[in-house]
Ligand binder design. Structure first.
Ligand code: ASP
Length: 311
């Protein structure tokens, strides 16, 4: 039997009190949406885009409408899609007002000769193609920004500590999928780290760092501190493990060991699918909401942390 299915994550970190059930319902909704696309014969690329779009439309996540603010109190979103058939990829960075940056990343892939477009012209492409553009500030993002600025002003936290201090506000979203024809795809979308420096681009839109898919190995979406994933070229590294024969969950295990050995176990979360349709989910943070659905299981599976997968 050809396995097809989709896995999603809602960001590595620690969930805030009172949000857990809602977040779980949203990641499930995203996975179901992606799986329905696969069931209807759509490509894995369509499935990951559909799944990520659901989470970008939810203010619960740090992507699209729920994006966090940078140090200046502005929104700068990053997103990426990759199609493992021919390694086609599209990404955007520093986007301020597009509601679904994942759709814009797909446009970059399909309508331009480039892979990554940052800033104003990316917004221009969105407008030209009729994507929804407008206010994406939420009260939650503004409150988190105010609280963070207060801590910084009091000098309570320094740079890396500051990143750890925002563990409960990461909430980036991503999806990986394999379709009926065995094609693999990946998509990731984020508002980036809260209070990041203006102009900072994380791992999400950098091919091989936060997002990668190759039919010859697997598909990976990364969440956590982008700088860690960039230094380790983490998504591609995990795909390489799969190319060398590791199953998705083994490759993720190796990836987390690498983070522990080389990057002091700074916060990272990972999802993957390999060519055989095996699924991998892992994180070194207290939580990372996830959900998946395959034709093999025929039902939605979800949890707030990886250990729950074995329950
Ligand atoms: N990886 C994202 C970034 O560094 C943040 C996250 O995953 O929450 O921009």
């Amino acid at each position: 039997m050809n396995v097809y299915g989709v896995v999603v994550h809602g960001g590595a970190g620690r969930l805030r009190q009172g949000t857990k059930r809602k977040v779980l319902a949203e990641v499930e909704k995203a996975a179901v949406k992606g799986f329905k696309a696969l069931n209807n014969g759509c490509s894995s690329l369509d499935a990951v885009v559909e799944a990520v779009r659901v989470m970008e439309d939810s203010p619960l996540f740090n992507a699209g409408v729920g994006s966090h603010l940078n140090l200046n109190g502005e929104i700068e979103m990053d997103a990426c899609v990759m199609d493992g058939r021919k390694l086609d990829a599209g990404a955007v960075a520093l986007v301020k007002s597009v509601r679904n940056p994942v759709l814009l990343a797909k446009l970059v892939m399909e309508e331009t000769d480039h892979v990554l477009i940052a800033g104003r012209f990316a917004e221009e492409i969105a407008k030209r193609h009729g994507l929804k553009v407008g206010e994406v500030y939420t009260e939650k993002a503004i409150r988190i920004w105010r609280e963070g600025m207060e801590k910084l002003r009091k000098g309570k936290v320094k740079y890396l500590q500051r990143l750890r201090g925002f563990l409960d506000s990461m909430e980036t979203v991503g999806a990986v999928a394999i379709d009926r024809r065995g094609n693999l795809s990946s998509a990731t979308s984020t508002g980036g780290l809260p209070l990041k420096l203006p102009g900072r681009i994380g791992d999400t839109p950098l091919i091989g760092c936060g997002t990668y898919a190759d039919n010859e190995s697997g598909a990976v979406s990364v969440t956590g501190i982008g700088e860690v994933a960039i230094k380790l070229v983490l998504a591609k590294t995990i795909c390489d493990y799969m190319a060398h024969g590791l199953k998705a969950f083994e490759a993720i295990h190796e990836g987390l060991l690498l983070v522990k050995e080389r990057q002091s176990n700074l916060p990272i979360g990972l999802i993957a699918i390999d060519r055989g349709g095996n699924i991998g989910i892992g994180h070194n943070t207290p939580e990372m909401p996830w959900a998946y659905m395959t034709n093999k299981d025929g039902r939605i599976l979800s949890g707030l942390s990886f250990s729950e997968v074995n329950k």
